[in-house]
Design a protein around this ligand. Structure first.
Ligand code: GLN
Length: 482
């Protein structure tokens, strides 16, 4: 069942199976295993079979496009026309989006089939999917453990073989961290590369859509359809999108890979460090040159992120007022009661905690001390990277400080949950593109290697990841549900 996009495209082209058949196979597997994995919030079976039928007609007519007939899953943060778009929240449990996000529009235009919408932490706030209103998804490698978050449903679906690939979003690590914990490949492009139109906002200056797949080759294809300028998103950047698949096979001899000395020091689990050292050795064998770099301000990324992201979320989530979207409390006494109870009943605990902290950080008298200060340090973090990229082409780092933790282990300790992102947050603060690729195992659980490239250098990132995957088979290990 666990096919790659590339394998499905070949099978469709050779007539080994139709899109309806492969879609039906996935839907059958999803129906059988979603009750345990809980990676889908909504299964769009009727729509999927309709889209598959159209895809088969197009293939028969010789009009196939890039992803024609390939089934995919979408994080439930992307608005999907006529389909429930919950963002993992009770607040939007009744919300049927009236339009498609640009990402969905682009993927549909390339002929793909939508299997359903995947589980996630409420409003993308979390690192385990335990903040989902629909209950947590589980890690397909060990059902007692979390799949990571916030895009944990997408990662679990791909790892379990319940989708060949999926979309996700990454505000502080939500693609790279679940990809690492579920043993798959994930890419977060440069900020502004993929349109945020119709992607429900959390931290607008950090949010970026991206992809999960088994291979870098598949990520290249998916990102190709997602990327590009969108006049409907004011932060979308008009920068040419190269053909990512064309440069995958390029030799990486002489590629300069920087290892930030701060990340391979204390705090990193020793088994994970061992796995990553072996992966770096593999790059040496491929001819890359490994050098040390320094990102001295990256240690400040957790406090900076938790000021900036929370301030922005308090502003973004003010639109959920019980009037315009989603949940409305019963029998409000007056307008104030309507606001208070709709928000009080509709949002979960973590979202409320963040709105409160963010509102505080933005309030008069505190703005300079917190938000402004955080933005200044953010600039220093960005400058660290600019300096490092004068010397190297790629930076390699751990994706997570530990393997997937047990469900419930960190739910009472938000700070220890926040610390899961120590190796991923700085990337979003700087706006850079990054990936996580499977690099090995520790205690039977997958470990990810994070690769970081300079702005708009996704092609080099994908090439660097693909070359590793040509030389290793970690990405082929499967937690597929039987
Ligand atoms: N885990 C981080 C948070 O809770 C990042 C989430 C994300 O990237 N959406 O904010």
């Amino acid at each position: 069942m666990s096919k790659t996009i590339r394998q499905i495209q070949r099978g469709l082209a050779r007539g080994e199976f139709s899109s309806i058949e492969i879609t039906q196979d996935y839907l059958t597997a999803i129906k059988a295993h979603n009750p345990t994995i809980n990676c889908y919030i909504t299964i769009t079976d009727e729509l999927a079979l309709q889209q598959a039928k159209t895809a088969d007609e197009r293939i028969a007519a010789g009009q196939a496009q890039a992803l024609t007939g390939v089934p995919l899953a979408h994080k439930d943060i992307f608005c999907t026309d006529g389909v429930k778009t919950s963002c993992g929240s009770k607040m939007l449990d009744n919300f049927i989006a009236p339009y498609n996000a640009t990402v969905i529009e682009n993927i549909e235009a390339s002929g793909a089939v939508m299997l359903g919408k995947t589980n996630m932490d409420e409003f993308a706030m979390g690192s385990s999917t335990e903040n989902s209103y629909y209950g947590p998804a589980v890690n397909p490698w060990d059902h007692q453990r979390v799949p990571g978050g916030s895009s944990g449903g997408s990662a679990a679906a791909v790892a379990a073989g319940l989708a060949p690939a999926a979309t996700g979003t990454d505000t502080g690590g939500s693609i790279r961290q679940p990809a690492a914990l579920c043993g798959i490949t994930g890419i977060k492009p440069t900020y502004g590369r993929v349109s945020r139109y119709g992607m429900i906002a959390f931290g607008s200056s950090l949010d970026q859509g991206g992809a999960f797949a088994r291979t870098a080759e598949d990520c290249a294809q998916l990102i190709q359809t997602m990327a590009g300028f969108d006049p409907r998103d004011s932060t979308s950047i008009d920068h040419p999108v190269p053909n990512y698949s064309e440069t995958l096979d390029g030799n990486i001899k002489g590629l300069r890979i920087g290892l930030p000395k701060e990340f391979f020091a204390d705090g990193l689990d020793s088994n994970i460090a061992g796995v990553l050292e072996a992966a770096i050795d593999e790059y040496r064998k491929l001819g890359a040159e490994i050098v040390e770099v320094s990102l001295p301000n990256s240690k400040l990324s957790v406090p900076v992120y938790y000021v900036v992201a929370l301030a922005e979320c308090s502003s973004n989530l003010s639109r959920f007022d019980g009037v315009r979207f989603g949940y409305r409390c019963e029998n409000p006494k007056d307008l104030e009661d309507l606001y208070k109870r709709s928000r009080g009943e509709g949002f979960g605990e973590e979202v409320k905690r963040r709105i409160l902290l963010g509102t505080y950080a933005l309030s008069a008298g505190y703005y300079d001390a917190y938000y402004l200060k955080a933005q200044q340090v953010r600039r220093l973090i960005k400058q660290d990277f600019e300096r490092a990229f004068e010397d190297v082409d790629i930076i390699a780092a751990p994706t997570t400080p530990e393997i997937a933790f047990k469900l419930g282990e960190k739910t009472d300790d938000p700070v220890s949950m926040y610390l899961q992102d120590i190796y991923t947050l700085f990337l979003n603060l700087a706006g850079l593109p990054g990936m996580s690729i499977p690099a090995g195992f520790s205690q039977g659980m997958p470990v990810g290697l994070q690769l970081i490239a300079n702005y708009f250098d996704e092609a080099r990132l994908l090439n660097t990841a693909h070359q590793f995957q040509q030389a290793s088979d970690w990405h082929l290990q499967s937690a597929e549900v039987k």
